[in-house]
Design a protein around this ligand. Structure first.
Ligand code: CO8
Length: 259
């Protein structure tokens, strides 16, 4: 049997790690055990040299309808604080390999926040994104207030967080939360194709590129630019840079080291 109760995990031969949230009866509500399992699977893929990129998905009805409301409903302040000191979503965000969220159906509350902690969000045409916490007497707790504003700007973020209004996949794409909208049936396959493309490049270079893009969230522009420049210079210490440029000049495919 699987080590996991709430997720399905597959290390594919095409260097893609696939994680499927699998609590269909609860619309993939993310309870504590699911958090631990997702983290464990992500961290194992991050260490696995045969994996170059990760796809995180749910099912047709729901990516995830949020944190598990039944599990947290009766917590007091001290208990809520203890649970959330673990900062699981920070550890999702700290994964070095790219994570692609393939979102069909509901991505609400913690589900939307989990998608936003990933690197690329692809959505099925019937996907919905929202932060409805205000409707159940709380606020986003896994980064929604900070990441949604960066993804879609204050106008839409504030409206969504204060009213609970959901965004369609199309609106989410035009607002900048979603990279591309696809037919629900082909979403997962396309997400795997994107992951395969990324996984076909140099692991080290891909991780450096991800790190540079993400640092933009945390530092002023001049520091981000300086950081990028140093990282760019650093690529010239890699065999993969030598190989990549030589292969271009020789008009042949590059052979990356995957180390
Ligand atoms: N938690 C627990 N169970 C859930 C959740 C959830 N977030 N969402 C759905 N379910 C369960 C329902 O209780 C129901 O179970 P049962 O059959 O046993 O009654 C089952 O899934 C099916 O759901 P519905 O019958 O409600 O299905 P509908 O199609 O009628 O509605 C909706 C679908 C609109 C998605 C609806 O289920 C809904 O509104 N869900 C809640 C959405 C929500 O409020 N999400 C935000 C939760 S708070 C949060 O995520 C904060 C994150 C940070 C907190 C950190 C602290 C740990």
């Amino acid at each position: 049997g699987s080590r996991f109760k709430n997720i399905l995990v597959e290390a594919r031969s095409d260097r893609v790690g696939l994680i499927t949230l699998n609590r269909p009866k609860q619309l993939n509500a993310i309870n504590e055990e699911t958090q631990q399992e997702v983290l464990q699977a992500l961290e194992e893929f991050d260490r696995d040299r045969s994996i170059g990129a990760i796809v995180l998905t749910g099912n047709e009805r729901a990516f995830a309808a949020g944190a598990d409301i039944k599990e947290m409903a009766n917590r007091n302040f001290v208990q809520a604080r203890k649970v959330e000191q673990g900062g699981w979503i920070d550890r999702v965000y700290a994964i070095k390999k790219p994570i692609i969220a393939a979102v069909n159906g509901y991505a609400l509350g913690g589900g939307c926040e989990l998608a936003m902690a990933c690197d690329i969000v692809l959505a099925g045409q019937s996907a919905f994104f929202g932060q409805p916490e205000v409707q159940i007497g709380t606020i986003p707790g896994w980064g929604g207030t900070q990441r949604l504003i960066r993804a879609v700007g204050k106008a839409k973020a504030m409206e969504m967080i204060l009213t609970g209004r959901r965004m369609s996949a199309e609106e989410a794409e035009s607002a900048g939360l979603v990279a591309r909208v696809l037919p629900p049936e082909t979403l997962l396959q396309e997400a795997i194709e994107v992951a395969k493309t990324i996984a076909s490049y140099s692991d080290t270079v891909v991780a450096m590129a991800k790190e540079c893009v993400n640092i933009a969230d945390n530092v002023p522009l001049n520091q981000g630019l300086a950081y990028e420049r140093r990282m760019f210079h650093s690529t010239f210490s890699l065999n993969d840079q030598k190989e990549g440029m030589k292969a271009f000049i020789d008009k042949r495919p590059a052979k990356w080291s995957y180390d």
